[in-house]
Design a protein around this ligand. Structure first.
Ligand code: 5AD
Ligand code: SF4
Length: 471
């Protein structure tokens, strides 16, 4: 390796991108090198894929939605639930024919699934047409991995990397141009007993506040109207940094940036959600009146087994304070149904909590056993049929709550960020309120990406209808 490359990691990776561009100019199948990137799972994966696309863009790739014509195929995978993993295996299997037809295609897999030993082994043994596998903590190594895979054609597996460094300066190609994610930290230290994330994404590490603030400023100056700060537990932002910033102070600094934009964040953990954070939202100019605060289960017995480290009483206390300080606050949450040991009585406590809080919407999941997590060893008391029945009951209760909440908004005027055309209705657009509620209204496509005021005329379950108010 040339000395300059060996000395400087950043230059080295950029150099690999240029070398890849030269290589792909010869190797491409069509007029230009094409990449197909599919992302499974959460927003963190979306943000990682945006960085991978940034690097591919620098390496001369354009992007295609048609996997058949791609020179490079990447699946960024999710391990949170078994269902997501099964889908990935099925879809990877289907790539075999593409590789047979076009041997020059490089097929790669990355993301959380690849950090599980048994998954990587299965890919290694049963999917020989997958040429490159890399884990969640080596994104900064991607240019080198890509180049070497393309040049030498030898299978490469890089995973299990533990690294306390945060690598900055990776190029980004964001999917949207007015809504975007901004990761502020990586990994998780919480070890909720059901969750695979701490094992596949490693320990928590925060980006420096000045880097985050600068990235937010760049996004705002280039027209982003909705910026979502990302982390598995944003409330513990700053751990390990000297001097230690906290999340509320980071929000306050970003909020000072001039412009017409909304600032969101996810995910918050109830054990670390402070009054200072709620006050910061209440007193800010730009922070959305939306709090995603997963409580997972309403029963203290189950919360303890889940290692969540708060009680339902503590959760309800935060919610009470938040509602007092921010009366129009929209609350959302994640819920797991059918955790080992959960009985119908425990589940009833979840229903009671939902009724009490009146969430705008919920992300609901049936518990999925994850190999290597403490909960995987715990005994079930409910059957799969019972769990499905509870799950349906939960959806029904939440549907009524959402409908009731939306109905209270009829007659109000809401600031809405216009997002897209309604796929099945001519001349109708979709937007979202600060509370993340979908609003449908008649309007011209040119409004997409801007804020407008809408008078709410009708509520249909969790969707609102309205009319634009012309100033
Ligand atoms: N089974 C079901 N749901 C899970 N989640 C995390 N792990 C599991 C699991 N093993 C859910 C939690 C978390 C959300 C992102 O996914 O509700 O908040
Ligand atoms: Fe998983 Fe809990 Fe960490 Fe969220 S806080 S990523 S649920 S371990």
């Amino acid at each position: 390796m040339n000395k300059k490359l060996a000395e400087n990691q950043a230059i080295s990776q950029n150099e690999y991108l240029s070398l890849t561009a030269e290589l792909m100019a010869i190797r491409k199948r069509g007029d230009e090198p094409l990449a197909f990137v599919r992302t499974y799972g959460c927003q963190q994966n979306v943000a990682d894929s945006e960085r991978i696309k940034g690097m591919l863009d620098k390496a001369g790739f354009s992007f295609t939605e048609n996997v058949e014509e791609a020179d490079f195929i990447l699946f960024n995978t999710c391990a949170v639930r078994e269902h997501a993993e099964d889908r990935v295996f099925g879809n990877v299997g289907a790539l075999k024919n593409i590789k047979r037809k076009h041997p020059s295609v490089l097929i790669a897999l990355c993301g959380c699934m690849m950090e599980q030993e048994h998954v990587a082994q299965r890919i290694h043994d049963s999917f020989p047409f997958v040429g490159l596998v890399f884990g969640t903590n080596c994104l900064h190594e991607f240019p080198k991995l890509l180049y070497n895979s393309l040049l030498y054609g030898k299978r490469q597996f890089l995973r299990g990397v533990t690294d306390e460094n945060v690598y900055e300066g990776i190029p980004i190609k964001r999917d949207g141009n007015f809504k975007g994610f901004l990761p502020i930290m990586y990994g998780c230290d919480n070890f909720c007993s059901y969750c695979i994330v701490p094992y596949v994404r490693g320990r928590e590490k925060s980006r420096r506040p000045e880097v985050v603030i600068e990235e937010a400023r760049e996004m705002i100056n280039s027209g982003y109207k909705d910026i979502c700060l990302l982390g598995q537990n944003v409330n513990s932002y700053g751990k390990g940094l000297e001097p230690r910033p906290n999340f509320a102070s980071l929000l306050k600094e970003i909020d000072k940036i001039e412009g017409d934009y909304w600032l969101r964040f996810m995910t918050s953990h109830p054990k670390d959600c402070t009054k200072e954070l709620i006050d910061t939202i209440a007193d800010s100019k730009h922070i959305s009146h939306h709090l995603h605060l997963p409580f997972q289960c309403g029963s203290n017995k189950i919360l303890d087994l889940m290692n969540r480290r708060y009680t339902r009483e503590k959760y309800l206390e935060i919610i009470k304070y938040a509602k007092e300080r921010i009366p129009d606050l929209s609350l959302t949450s994640d819920i797991i149904v059918g955790f080992p040991g959960e009985t119908y009585e425990d589940f009833q406590e979840t229903l009671d909590l939902i009724k009490e809080v009146e969430f705008t919407s919920l992300f609901t999941f049936i518990y999925s056993r994850r190999k290597g997590t403490p909960a995987a060893q715990m005994e079930d008391v409910a059957t799969d049929e019972e769990k499905s029945k509870w799950f349906r009951e939960l959806l029904k209760v939440q549907e009524e709550i959402a409908a009731k909440r939306c109905a209270t908004m009829v007659g109000t005027v809401q600031k809405v960020l216009v997002e897209e055309k309604c796929s099945n209705k001519d001349g109708i657009l979709n937007g979202r309120t600060t509370g993340n509620i979908i609003v449908e209204f008649a309007g011209d496509e040119s409004l997409i990406g801007s804020f407008i005021n809408i008078k709410i005329t009708k509520a249909r379950n969790w969707i609102l209808n309205g009319e634009q108010i012309k100033e």
